[in-house]
Design a protein around this ligand. Sequence first.
Ligand SMILES: *[C@@H]1O[C@H](CO)[C@@H](O)[C@H](O)[C@H]1NC(C)=O
Ligand SMILES: *[C@@H]1O[C@H](CO)[C@@H](O)[C@H](O)[C@H]1NC(C)=O
Ligand SMILES: *[C@@H]1O[C@H](CO)[C@@H](O)[C@H](O)[C@H]1NC(C)=O
Ligand SMILES: *[C@@H]1O[C@H](CO)[C@@H](O)[C@H](O)[C@H]1NC(C)=O
Length: 199
Amino acid sequence: MQQTTHKYQTMETVIFAWLLVILATTSSLVKAKYYLGSHIVDVPTTIKETHLHFFLHDTLSGDNPTSVIVAQPNSTVIKDNNNIVPFGAVFVFDDPLTEGPDPKSKVIGNARGLYALASRGSDLTLMFNGDLEFTSGEFNGSSIVVVCRDPLVLVKEMAVVGGRGKFRMAQGFIWAKAIYFNVTTGDGILEWNVTIFHQ
Ligand SMILES: *[C@@H]1O[C@H](CO)[C@@H](O)[C@H](O)[C@H]1NC(C)=O
Ligand SMILES: *[C@@H]1O[C@H](CO)[C@@H](O)[C@H](O)[C@H]1NC(C)=O
Ligand SMILES: *[C@@H]1O[C@H](CO)[C@@H](O)[C@H](O)[C@H]1NC(C)=O
Ligand SMILES: *[C@@H]1O[C@H](CO)[C@@H](O)[C@H](O)[C@H]1NC(C)=O
C-alpha cells in the first residue's frame, strides 16, 4: 500500500512536470509574433559594379549529364510538335562554370537550379531559375541568383535578381552567347558576360 501511494505520487509529479512543460510551450507560442520591428538603415551612396566572364557547360547527353529531365507532360500532341523537348518539360541542372570555353579549363563555380520549357510554339524558350556559386578566387562562396526567361537564341540578355555573400542584394544583367549547341543532344556551352551592381 505504501509502495503504491509512493508510485502514485511519483506519477503525479511526472504528470505535473509535463503539464508545466506543455504550459510553458503553449504560452511561449501564444506570445510568439511574426513582426519583429522595422528601423531606418543607411543606404550606401555608392555601389560597386563588378564584371564577370565565364562559360557555362550544360550537358544532357552521355553517362555523366549535368542536366536531367525530371518531368514532362504525358501528351502525344505536345510531344509530336518536333521540338527537342516538349512544352512543360522540367530539368534540374548542376552545370560547371569554367574560366575558358574548353570544358577542361579551370572550374570556377557551378550553376544549380531548374529550367523548364515554357513556350508553346516553335520559339523554344526556357524559364531559367539558377543560383550560380563561385568556388574560387575573390568571390569564393558568393553567388548570383538568375531568374529569367531564356530563349534558345544565339545571344540573349538575362537578369540577375539577387545574390549571396559578397553579392548580397545584387542586381544586374547578363549577356549570354551560345558558342556551342548540339541540336541532336541539346548539349550547349554558353559564354556569360555578367554585370553586377552590389554593395
Ligand atoms: C499517358 O497517356 C497515355 C495515352 O493517352 C495513357 O494511356 C496513359 O495512361 C497516360 N499515363 C499517365 C501516367 O497519365
Ligand atoms: C573556397 O572556400 C571554401 C570554404 O570556405 C574553402 O574550403 C576553399 O578552400 C576555398 N577555395 C578557394 C580556391 O579559395
Ligand atoms: C563578352 O565580353 C567580351 C569582352 O568584352 C567580348 O569579346 C564578348 O563578345 C562578350 N560576349 C557576350 C556574349 O557579350
Ligand atoms: C552532336 O551530338 C551527336 C551525338 O552525340 C554527335 O554525333 C554529333 O557529332 C554532335 N554534333 C556536333 C556539331 O557536335
